[in-house]
Write a protein that binds this ligand. Structure first.
Ligand code: PA5
Length: 434
């Protein structure tokens, strides 16, 4: 059962929500009846229900095999082909997991192909020299430059280290069913593959094998994740549509001049939630000269860098705070006989209690400073809760895009930099730079 809470606090009034109710209901209907722009990209809406145990078993089998043969698995992809997995894995892992060495049975999952940094790839290649590594290469189009470069380099290294046959057993490709260079290569080399359905866009693909395979390799329960998404879908369909409420609240705030939304967390493991969410909302809504600019911060860390701007800068900001009710571990602040740091007044208190008071105090200050706050409360960080949160944000994004009057499921602007880059690189068909 879905147990995430959404509070609109005093960001929007009940009267405002009522007033916009008809617009929100129309957007919900457009999404639910697949009658709006981009309706050929709605495969994500019933994906949790369509993801059967056969597919989950196949993913878990391949994940188990990679876990049994590799100490490191490099996940190659960019944008929607990496952010979801990165967000879920970081949220569920220990804070210092990146510093622990990978081992067979519990391999380190690291990411590549999300940049074109020579130093990043050189240093990654050096790191992998003495490792038994595998590769999950993810590209829906199969032609994206960043992952293609990383894959070309790491595939060659893997073949040199292990031989072509073993390398082929350690490479899994996730791509289009038929089209694209990656599909052709996978068929030729005999890689195991999973398909990204045509009707699921990259930024909505975390609950497809794109996200599920890396998450399973990292050792997490993908059934619970998918079940969480199902729970949220069931809740919204049963009339408690908190996704529609969030979309409506954002729309009211936008109409009232709040053009920037900051997603806030108080838990460093949720940093990549913000990165995933920024792509989801930015790529879905930023078009036709419209859209709320999505930003994110990690508090209390960023209160010491961005806090001033949020408290007293231009009043075009609102915040959505993702708050985690229960932490995993217990740690109490000790008493100190000298009390030179003056902390004895909170001795005996849990660190999380102080964090929660920082959250409450910041909320009050930001409300006083004219920054409306929405609040999403997670009971804890678990696979089920993250599944709920993913579906909540995806559904709200579709509704919000329709309320804004854009097609939330295309991204025509993403091509522009690519055209210029290809021209500058003198890619065949693009001609020399002028
Ligand atoms: O959401 C999107 O469509 C993009 O961010 C893509 O996910 C990203 O560009 C990667 O594309 P591909 O999976 O085709 O390599």
């Amino acid at each position: 059962m879905s147990n995430i809470k959404l509070e609109t606090l005093n960001a929007v009034t009940a009267a405002q929500l009522d007033a916009i109710g008809a617009d929100a209901a129309a957007a919900v209907k457009t999404l639910d009846t697949a009658s709006g722009a981009g309706n050929d990209f709605l495969g994500w809406t019933d994906l949790p229900e369509r993801t059967d145990s056969k597919l989950l078993d196949e993913i878990n089998d391949v994940a188990r095999e990679l876990r049994n043969t590799c100490d490191t698995v490099v996940c190659i992809g960019i944008g929607g082909s990496y952010l979801g997995a990165k967000f879920v894995i970081e949220s569920l892992s220990g804070n210092f997991a990146a510093m622990e060495p990978g081992r067979i049975g519990a391999p380190k999952v690291i990411f590549a192909g999300q940049n074109i940094s020579e130093d990043y790839l050189f240093e990654l290649s050096a790191l992998l020299r003495n490792r038994r590594f595998g590769i999950i290469v993810i590209s829906k189009s199969g032609t994206t430059t960043e992952p293609a470069i990383a894959f070309r380099i790491l595939k060659e290294q893997l073949e040199q280290q292990e031989g072509r046959e073993t390398a082929a057993q350690r490479i899994v490709a996730i791509t289009d069913a038929k089209r694209g260079a990656l599909r052709t290569l996978a068929t030729r080399e005999g890689y195991r593959t999973f398909v990204i359905e045509d009707n699921v866009g990259g930024r909505f693909s975390v609950l497809t094998p794109v996200g599920l395979l890396p998450i399973a390799v990292a050792g997490f329960n993908i059934s619970a994740l998918v079940n969480g998404a199902r729970d949220m879908h069931a809740r919204c369909s049963a009339g408690d549509d908190i996704a529609a409420t969030y979309a409506a609240a954002r729309n009211i705030l936008y109409r009232n001049g709040k053009k920037i939304e900051i997603l806030v967390n108080y838990c460093p493991k949720l940093h990549f939630l913000g990165e995933w969410w920024k792509q989801l909302y930015g790529e879905s809504e930023g078009k036709d000269g419209k859209g709320i600019f999505p930003a994110s911060v990690d508090f209390s860390t960023d209160l010491h860098s961005m806090g001033q701007m949020i408290q007293q800068g231009e009043r075009t900001i609102f915040e959505t705070v993702v708050s985690v009710d229960n932490v995993e571990h217990n740690l109490v602040i000790p008493e100190d006989k000298d009390d030179l740091d003056g902390l004895n007044y909170i001795a005996g208190k849990h660190v999380d209690y102080v964090n929660k008071m920082a959250e409450k105090g910041t909320l009050m200050a930001h409300l006083d400073g004219g920054v409306p706050n929405l609040r999403i409360e997670l009971p804890r960080i678990s696979e089920n809760v993250l599944g709920q949160l993913i579906y909540f944000f995806e559904r709200a994004c579709g509704i919000s895009g329709y309320m804004l009057g854009v097609n939330p499921f295309n991204q025509p602007g993403v091509e522009d930099y690519k055209r210029n880059m290809f021209t500058l690189l003198e890619k065949p068909g693009y001609g020399p730079a002028k």
